[in-house]
Unconditional design. Structure first.
Length: 186
């Protein structure tokens, strides 16, 4: 057997193991989510100051989620954004709630397949928040956190704000009784 063949087979095996690990992770996550009750999912949410997140988000977007272009947009200072978001505790709460929001969408999707689009949008938003949080951590290590806050903390807050709007829209379309509990939790 030639060295090229061995390298190819080793690469193919590694790719297969990698794909199997990813598939296994999502399979286990789906099983865990499917066994979860609505109440247990809501209990996993960490408190986030909704009004503060809305203020941060609406500084750069409008109610529909479109970027504002007027002269009064993006007026919050770094220190104010950081205070409103709750510092590192608030940033970590946003990050941890992303997983719960995705699980909530998956829960609703089990009975209403049209929620698939929202679940996929939430996954993308969660990835965006994770990316911004990682940028904040890197900036903090370099001593440049303050300059990174408008670009990353504010954008993470915007993504989270939009995620909550997507999740809150799910049960409204079907007049699900769990909407009131969800609205209180978010």
């Amino acid at each position: 057997m030639s060295l090229r063949t061995i390298d190819f087979l080793a690469g193919a095996v590694l790719l297969f193991v990698f794909l199997a690990a990813i598939g296994g992770y999502y399979y286990l996550r789906a099983r865990r989510s499917s066994r979860a009750t609505w109440e247990s999912l809501l209990n996993r949410l960490t408190f986030v100051d909704r009004a503060a997140i809305a203020r941060i988000a609406l500084d750069v977007i409008d109610e529909s989620g479109q970027h504002r272009k007027d002269e009064t947009s993006a007026t919050l200072e770094s220190a104010e954004i950081w205070k409103l978001i709750g510092g590192w505790n608030g940033v970590e709460a946003l990050e941890s709630n992303c997983t719960v929001l995705i699980d909530l969408a998956f829960y609703v999707q089990q009975w209403y397949p049209e929620a698939l689009f929202v679940a996929e949008q939430l996954r993308l938003s969660a990835r965006e928040i994770e990316w911004h949080v990682e940028r904040l951590r890197s900036a903090a290590k370099l001593g440049k956190l303050e300059s990174s806050i408008p670009m990353n903390a504010q954008r993470a807050a915007v993504a989270y704000y939009l995620m909550t709007r997507y999740v809150l829209a799910l049960p409204q379309h079907r007049n699900l009784p769990m909407f009131a509990d969800l609205q209180k939790a978010l």
